[in-house]
Ligand binder design. Structure first.
Ligand code: ADP
Length: 825
């Protein structure tokens, strides 16, 4: 272990003038200049210049003190040599000093006009320190100082370089300490430390702390710089974009658009919830730059919300008289329908609320359902919107898509309201029976909410995300086929049936409404185009086959078009459409009604069918051939119809004796049943009795009367069960020239629905069982095969049902044979 003998322990005492320093610590070996202005300091300097230029420099504790007292300066300071003085303007002196050695104040010998102190030099303490230890500390100090110099950027590179060459530890510590940018008290601490090892260690501590702080500072400043750089870049790019948009004339639009929205919002009339939502969305839009794709999504949304009639209404007129007049003026006939609608409006007026069942106008196409709805809207002074539900299978079509979907839009209900522009329109939900459900959800359940008066005051569309009050909307619905309307929806509806028009009604509708309307729509004058009355009937019978009048209207329009062309092309004044020249307007006849047969035939019976476009007659033909009991069914019969044929055959086999038919006919004959118009699929149970009649006629050889048509389901026991669509079927039968119609017992009530003009020309026979059907339909009753009485008694299928006298009209039906009884001979 070597001793540090560099400084000998000769502690000399000096009497020196004192210069208190503010915010500055001078170390030995340090050369620096500072300005002196205070009187005490100047005087001390002057004294020093007189005394071999030596002065004692020490820091004052309070930097702000103008004239520090004895106790207010640090005791330990540095004896320095004044190297140069430079007088500056305004009593200031610039001094260049060099620190010589550490010293400590022993006592103050003078305080006025400057301090004079007796100081004792502090010699380096000769502690026993290992040389290598000192060397290691010195290297650490040098290394740290280099780091420090790099981080601060405030130390001249030559200082850092010169430090490396210092070999004396005391000198190194002082020079390094004097070059640190640290607080005065830290510097003072380093100055006061006499032990070299401790001083170097302290210096290292101070430096490490400073380096750490500097590193953190640097990181922070880098981060800040990065952020600033990024936002500066964005700002710059945005400014550029704005400039480009301005140049293209687009920038203005964007801002003016937001202003436009704000103006519309300020006009008011929006519920608070809506207003809040719009303000929020406008805020989002403002923050977004105009090219952002989301911007256009928000814009579309805002426009939708602004466009909706949140509070706009039309003044409703609830005058029954006016409504009745309008309905009467717009539509021919339909008495029952008009009456039901007026009743509905009366209840609505009394209750002053729209809660309650929804009217459903049910019937085939073209019977005026839509046009009645339009008239109701007109009568009530409500806007009219038609919403077609045909093919709607996704709940989102009713309720909209959530905004997260690309291309999301509100549902049809909200769409209809926008179209109406008022919150109290009449919305016609057309073809509610054509709505179906699939994996995307059930539109019917969304519809239920729309139609439910208890819930629809806050209908939520997924897109809008805002509740819309639908309670002022008057909903009407239409359906072609009630059996496919979802049950819960049907429960909420009050069904008004419009079943189809008779030829007479069609004729009147054509004469009074369709012809004048089409003539006007084609720019013609009434006197320019005349329809002979027989022509209208021909159009009805040979060019259309429908329950409504849409096809009729289309054909009339076609005639008008052709007439207009002829009037212009050939310069004609008047055109008359006659039976003869009708073919020139509409081409050859398209339909030929299945007219009643000219003669009574064996094996052909006439049934009645219901189709969505009205009723039709349906001949069923049966042929018997020698064979081995095969049954052939042709004419695209559905399963139910095929089963009806089997039931009919079973019934006949069980009654073979009674019907005078060979018991084993089903073994010896092949039976072929055909229902013409083979290309049209047919199904349903209502042809049951017709099938049985034609089979019996074929098997017995007794002809079926040509003027009879029938409809009804058959059971194995020969009972006749009720069917639907009576009115349409009867109208079709009438059209075909039928005079007698056999209906099941339970359908008797439906006869009252048939217009009197038709029913007065028809005989209705109400049949409870097959026996009665045969009595009416066959030209004569079959002769039973007589058996022994004992055999008869055992016969399980003997029956005793009677056919009552069910003939409804006075007209007697020719050929009815009295009820056949088994007479023993
Ligand atoms: P739907 O809605 O039942 O399919 P529309 O209401 O579209 O039928 O009617 C088709 C056309 O027939 C319309 O031009 C309508 O004015 C007319 N129409 C139907 N029924 C009548 C009627 N009873 N009186 C006058 N015009 C009618």
């Amino acid at each position: 272990m070597a001793e540090n003998n560099q400084n000998k322990n000769i502690e000399e005492i000096y009497s020196l003038p004192l210069l208190p320093l503010r915010g500055l610590t001078v170390f030995p070996h340090m050369v620096l200049h500072f300005d002196v202005g205070r009187k005490v300091s100047v005087k001390a300097l002057e004294q020093a210049m007189l005394n071999n230029q030596m002065i004692f420099l020490t820091a004052q504790k309070d930097i702000n003190s103008e004239s520090p007292k004895q106790g207010e300066v640090y005791k330990i300071g540095t004896i320095a040599k004044v190297k140069q003085l430079l007088r500056l303007p305004g009593d200031t002196i610039r001094v260049l000093v060099e620190g010589i050695k550490r010293a400590k104040i022993l006592k103050f010998t003078q305080t006025e006009p400057y301090f004079t102190v007796e100081v004792k030099e502090i010699a380096q303490k000769n502690t026993r320190v290992r040389k290598v230890e000192l060397e290691a500390l010195m290297r650490q100090v040098i290394m740290n100082f280099e780091n420090y110099a790099k981080l601060t950027n405030r130390i001249a590179p030559e200082i850092a370089a010169s430090i490396e060459t210092i070999e004396e530890p005391a000198r190194l510590s002082d020079i390094v300490a004097s070059n640190l940018f640290i607080k005065v008290d830290s510097k003072q601490e380093l100055l006061s430390e006499n032990n070299i090892k401790t001083r170097l260690t302290k210096l290292l501590e101070v430096m490490s702390k400073e380096i750490e702080i500097l590193q953190i500072e640097r990181e922070i400043s880098l981060k800040v710089k990065k952020q600033i750089d990024k936002s500066q870049k964005e700002y710059y790019l945005r400014e550029q974009l704005k400039a480009i948009q301005d140049e293209l004339g687009e920038g203005e639009n964007w801002n003016s658009e937001i202003e436009g929205y704000k103006e519309r919002l300020a006009l008011g009339g929006y519920p608070i919830e809506v207003e809040e939502k719009l303000i929020k969305e406008l805020g989002r839009l403002k923050k977004m730059h105009s090219a952002a794709p989301e911007g256009s999504v928000i814009r579309t949304y805002i426009e939708w919300v602004l466009d909706l009639p949140w509070n706009k209404k039309t003044e409703e007129i609830l005058s029954l008289e006016l409504a009745s007049n309008i309905l009467e003026k717009d539509h021919y006939g339909l008495e029952k329908v008009k009456e039901r609608i007026i009743e509905f409006l009366a209840v609505r007026k009394l209750k002053n609320s729209l809660k309650g069942p929804i009217i459903c106008l049910a019937g085939p196409p073209g019977v005026g359902k839509t046009s009645i709805a339009k008239s109701v809207a007109r009568a009530l002074n409500r806007k009219y919107v038609r919403l077609s539900l045909g093919g709607v299978r996704d709940e989102a079509e009713i309720r909209g898509h959530r905004r997260t979907y690309v291309g999301a839009m509100p549902g049809r209900i909200i769409n209809a309201l926008k179209q109406a522009g008022t919150k109290n329109p009449l919305i016609l939900l057309d073809e509610i029976d054509k709505m179906s459900s699939d994996f995307k959800g059930d539109p019917a359940s969304a519809m239920l909410e729309v139609l439910d008066g208890e819930q629809n005051f806050s209908f939520r569309d997924h897109y809008l995300e805002l509740p819309f009050d639908l309670s002022d909307v008057l909903f009407l619905t239409t359906a072609n086929n009630l059996s496919t309307v979802p049950k819960p929806l049907l429960d909420r509806m009050e069904v008004i049936d419009i079943s189809g028009y008779t030829e007479e009604e069609k004729y009147n509708i054509a004469e009074m409404y369709l012809i004048p309307k089409q003539i006007k729509e084609h720019g013609l004058l009434k006197r320019q185009l005349r329809f002979e009355s027989a022509v209208v009937r021909d159009i009805i019978n040979y060019y259309t086959r429908e329950a409504g009048v849409r096809g009729l209207e289309r054909n009339i329009a076609k005639v008008c078009r052709k007439a207009a062309k002829t009037i212009i092309a050939e310069d004609r004044k008047v055109i008359t459409v006659s039976k003869k020249n009708l073919v020139n307007f509409l081409g050859i006849k398209r339909y030929h009604y299945d007219k009643a047969c000219r003669i009574d035939e064996v094996g052909i019976a006439r049934g009645l069918a219901w189709t969505p476009v009205g009723g039709d007659t349906l001949s069923i033909e049966v042929n018997l051939m020698k064979g081995e009991g095969k049954i052939e069914l042709t004419g695209q019969l559905g399963d139910v119809m095929k089963e009806s044929a089997k039931i009919a055959i079973s019934y006949i086999r069980s009654r073979a004796d009674e019907l005078g038919i060979e018991n084993d006919f089903y073994k010896n004959y092949d039976i072929h049943v055909h229902v013409p118009e083979g290309a049209t699929p047919k199904d349903g149970p209502s042809a049951g009795i017709t099938l049985a009649t034609s089979l019996i006629s074929a098997l017995t050889g007794i002809p079926v009367k040509r003027c009879v048509a029938m409809t009804g389901e058959i059971t194995l026991r020969g009972k006749v069960l009720p069917i639907g669509g009576v009115k349409e079927k009867v109208l079709a039968a009438h059209r075909a020239g039928i005079t007698t119609i056999i209906l099941p017992g339970e359908n008797e009530k439906d006869i009252s629905d048939i217009p009197e003009t038709i029913s007065k020309n028809l005989n209705f026979v109400i049949a409870e069982n097959m026996e009665c059907v045969l009595q009416t339909a066959l030209t004569s009753m079959p002769i039973p095969i007589l058996k022994e009485v004992s055999e008869m008694n055992n016969d399980k299928v003997a029956h005793n049902e009677k056919c009552q006298d069910n003939i409804q009209s006075d007209a007697s039906i020719t050929g009815i044979t009295p009820k056949t009884t088994v007479i023993k001979q």
